[in-house]
Design a protein around this ligand. Structure first.
Ligand code: NI
Length: 197
C-alpha cells in the first residue's frame, strides 16, 4: 500500500466514522450535526473576484474538490452533478450554488477553473488559490489529494484526490456527503433535503 493509498484509506475511515455518527445521531431525538467539526468558512479566488462560502448564506451549496486536467473522476462527478441540478425546478435551482475548488492551483488559474466549471453547469463557480489556501480548505473538509508524477514528462503530472460532494445547508454547515459512485438521485435527494430545512 502506497503512502497515498494509506492517506485515502485514513480519509475514508474518518468519513465512514462520521457517517456512522450520522446514523447514530439519527437514533437520538436531539440530532446533533455529525459534520459539525468539518468544513467551515473559506475565501478563494474566482475569475470574477474573491468568493467566500458565507456569500451564499441562505442557499444550499454543493461543493466538490477536483482539478481541470482530471482524466475521469471529476468529469463523472460533475456530469452527475449537472444531471442532478437539471432535475430541480427553476425555483429550487435558484436556491442552489454549486462550487468547484481546484486541488491543482499550480495549473488551474482562476480563468481556467472558471471556464471549466461553466462548461459543466452554467452556475458552477470554479475556485483556486495559493497552495497554502488550498491546503487549508482541503484539511478543513478532510479532502485528501496528492500530486502523482507522470511517466512521460510531456504528460506532466496527475492529482489523486478524494471524490466527495459536500451538501452544505443554508446556515453554512455540512448537511450531508455524497460519495463517488452514488447516484444522481442521491445528489438530488440530499439537495432537496437540505433545501427543505
Ligand atoms: Ni478529478
Amino acid at each position: 500500500m502506497t503512502a497515498l493509498q494509506k492517506n485515502i484509506l485514513i480519509g475514508l475511515i474518518a468519513l465512514t466514522s462520521i457517517t456512522i455518527g450520522l446514523w447514530a445521531g439519527m437514533q437520538n431525538t436531539q440530532k446533533p450535526n455529525p459534520y459539525a467539526k468539518i468544513g467551515g468558512e473559506f475565501t478563494l479566488t474566482s475569475d470574477k473576484g474573491p468568493v467566500s462560502l458565507s456569500d451564499f448564506k441562505g442557499k444550499v451549496v454543493l461543493l466538490y474538490f477536483g482539478y481541470t486536467h482530471c482524466p475521469d473522476v471529476c468529469i463523472t462527478s460533475l456530469t452527475a452533478l449537472r444531471e442532478a441540478m437539471n432535475k430541480l425546478t427553476t425555483e429550487q435551482r435558484a436556491q442552489v450554488q454549486p462550487l468547484f475548488i481546484s486541488v491543482d492551483p499550480e495549473r488551474d488559474d482562476a480563468q481556467r477553473v472558471g471556464d471549466y466549471g461553466r462548461f459543466f453547469i452554467p452556475e458552477l463557480i470554479g475556485l483556486t488559490g495559493s497552495l497554502g489556501q488550498i491546503d487549508k480548505v482541503a484539511k478543513d473538509y478532510l479532502v485528501v489529494y496528492q500530486k502523482v508524477p507522470g511517466k512521460d514528462s510531456a504528460i506532466g503530472y496527475s492529482m489523486d484526490h478524494s471524490s466527495i460532494l459536500y451538501v452544505i445547508g443554508r446556515n453554512g454547515s455540512i448537511d450531508s456527503l455524497v460519495h463517488h459512485g452514488d447516484t444522481v438521485e442521491a445528489i438530488t435527494d440530499f439537495t432537496l433535503e437540505a433545501l427543505a430545512k
